[in-house]
Ligand binder design. Sequence first.
Ligand code: THG
Length: 705
Amino acid sequence: MAPQIPAFMDLVRERVVIYDGAMGAQILDLNLDADGYGGIEGCNEYLVFHNPSIIETIHASFLEVGCDVLETDTFGGSKLKLEEYGLGERTYDQNRAAAELARRVASAYTTPSHPRYVAGSIGPTGLLPASEDPMLGNARFAEVVGLFTDQVRGLADGGVDVFIIETTQDILELKAAVHAILQVRRETGIRIPIQAQVTLDTSGRMLLGTDIAAVLAILESFPVDVVGLNCSTGPEHMREPARYLGEFSTRPVSIIPNAGIPQNVDGRAVFPLQPDVMAAQLLAMVEEFGVGVVGGCCGTTPAHLDAVVKAIGRRPAPLRPARKLPMLASMTRAVAIQQDPAPTIVGERVNTLGSRKVKRLALADDYDGIIEVARSQVDEGAHTLDVCMAMTERTDERETMRRLVKKLALNVEAPLVIDSTEADVLQDALEQYPGRAVINSINMENGRGRIDAVLPLAIAHGAAVVGMTIDEEGMAKTAERKAAVARKIHDIVTSDYGLEPESLIFDPLTFPLSTGEEEFFRSAVETIEGIRLIERELPGVMTILGISNVSFGLNPVARKVVNAVFLYHAVEAGLDLAIVHPSHVVPFAEIPLEERELAEDLVLARRPDALQRIIERFEGRVEDASAGGPDPMADLDVFERLHYRILHRKKEGIEADIDLAVAQRDPVKVLNDTLLPAMKEVGDKFGAGELILPFVLQSAEAMKR
Ligand code: THG
């Protein structure tokens, strides 16, 4: 009977674990000809069928020098890689055979005092799903997952102790490999741990630009058990990323380098790093950074691993931090969910419902134009971007979102907040996105329905989730109701779905103060107090608000002041993220005292006549040109401009625009298609038609002339 040995993760938690070295170089050294490969020259994986003793001998050579873990001969064992040799149909068999073979060798060397383990090696497919490459970047997420599933099943049935996803160039492909493992885990009920490793170049980035902080932010939100680096540069270039992982990763850290950067000698790759140097560098990373799993990648021989085993020996596993950093990530970099100073700025304008310009661009399929808007939001200070592609004019929100998210991932460094009410839109966006996103949003308007539709996606893709304080009784209007709804959402998503509180971002709702309606008089105060209550009662959770909503319907100059005052008090109450137009954010201290007090009267509900006083105070005020703000109407055509003028009460120049409009279109059409819909929108928005009605009548009057 096999001796009782600890599970792989128990070993990793107990002591530093040492993987084996390279297999490819030792096979190359045998100078096999076509017959030696069984007719499939260059396919190392085929040797497990044709000449398994070669692989057994190599496995044994590493166990002889004292390694703890063997990697299966399946690095190129994904369906797509094997298909390059016409072996795609044999993917399951190859992986199973390789795992069983490694298992036999490991068992032969296992003793009670030195158990040996088998890691199922999963290398890249050769696709780059996050890229824009016409050949490599076209596959959909489910297809990439499908390229791994037979491999994972074979390895699992062959009895591996751990999966090692390694040499990953594209973080989206790594997510797909994890999904394949989770799918097989669901099928079999067997939980085999996952070691996820990426490859960085000498500048510390993955092939598509992902840096180590982004890698960790993404992997910490995935159910992987060990995170690390392998291949490429050799140990000295891995020090800085290893230091980062060592300091911040809550999961054990693995470092499996090449024997240095390969040099081309007479057409052959020669790895320069000598065994003692490599061993010393790995030891340094274990001691200085808390690396807990080491081993050798390309160019590392049994002599290298012999030196590593002797240098490191048996050491207790390093301690890991208990709490993960709450981070979002784009494909290139990580962004803390909580910025210091607060708030984290979420750019609001990449939103067809929140920007006429973006809506026009989306209707014209002008994705590059939307990217420009996104870039300027980031240049103006956005840490992340809210992205909404909902349009009443079109039904393909899903496809529009999918294409835009792909482009945004490749062209904008800010992580995304995916804003949609449709679960399938969220799914497509998340499957397309290499980074760590936020889902905006869930609520309890229909009980648990929306939570149950969206949370599985959040968990599967490691996303954070915005929870709006809305339940069957409607939008929560008092601070107490907001906190009560937040608690209901919190309890479901943390207990039933295991989401950490740090991934839950509550939105206690912002209502426009410009309606003048009694019901909303105290709405901003309740929202601000709601933030305080939620942060106090639900430790760890985040809060977010759409700030601009508060000032809908006011003069643009008044809007900036009211927004700034509302934002200031919300942040003081503990607000973490603010959805705003970044270039419109005015620092609180820059607002003239008198205007600040007027706005505080409104926001803090200190005077019943505050709204009237604000309207009067800012009546006719236009934005200071010297402030250099972009003209919001600059990019609009005449019909959009008219719409804008009505929504924002921009009267000056309206007559000329109406002349222009009726010169281009039938006046009745202008009235029905432009003026009346704009008026209806205003009415819908704040139920206060009287604010702009006289203006629309005046426009209609002008049109008659
Ligand atoms: N909470 C959460 N998500 C949200 C909101 C929220 N998403 C959408 C919205 N509210 C936040 N986004 C915007 C975007 C734009 C505007 C306001 C909020 C805005 N737009 C100009 C306007 O209507 O006057 C548009 C001008 C133009 O067309 O250029 O003010 O509350 N979780």
